[in-house]
Design a protein around this ligand. Sequence first.
Ligand code: KMH
Ligand code: ZN
Length: 281
Amino acid sequence: MIAEHGAEGRPAVIVVAPTGAEATREDNPAVPYTPEEIANEVIAAREAGAAVAHLHVREPDGTPSGDPELFRETIERIRAGCDIVTMVSTGGALGMSISERAGGLAAGPDMAGIETGSTNFGEDLFPTTPEQTREIARLAGERGIALEVEAFDLGHIDAALRFREEGVLPDPLRFNLVFGVPGAAAPTHRNLAAMAAAVPEGATWGVTAVGRHQPRMLALGALMGATCLRTGLEDGVYLERGVLADSNAALVRKVAELCATLRRPVATPGQARELLGLGAA
Ligand code: KMH
Ligand code: ZN
């Protein structure tokens, strides 16, 4: 749903994605790898305004991992340091099995991302079959973990609506609209308008954009009524053209400034829970 008359005054949830599976310390030395590093980045990002953390974990050398123990330690450290809402990725890294991708669900996060279809991802394939979506949804449902659909293209929203019909995805639906992955939706205002319009009433949506198009796409999303605006070193390692971000908090501060300019108050974790239809902490 697009906000017909703008979204001024509505709180915006800043989501921080502190470390993904693609960027490494060779791209930016600030990319966190260990549970302690990831947790410290998240705690600082919370202080800068983030209300939700989208989490991947890594081996100490930076290799992407699905190890439940790494997720458990990361979430434990985050919760010891702040009240941010925790969300694990089940997209993981290219080439992971579905059981590796599901590793974070055992760590008791508040939320998990879920893919509802496949996409090309640069030169690679990022596959998710319907059976795999059902499996992730079942594992999350058993544990009471709320889901967010990671929509890399318009068809992933349509697929989510079919999974809702099937009883696989419960209400309320939450969508993260992702732009800029080569092979999926490009970062254009037309694509954002089409995808936001496909989100049904009663569902929430947010914007993720990888690379240099992020500020423009987040600004458009903020104006059009996005509930969530995502940033972090998973999505881009630069603070601005030619300047590497020295922390996730620096990226979050930049989005908080954008929110101030566009008159979107920055949501607290408590407000984020309410806006996203989550239970109390
Ligand atoms: N690393 C990508 C292959 C997600 O977290 O759900 C998958 C990804 C999406 O990052
Ligand atoms: Zn991710």
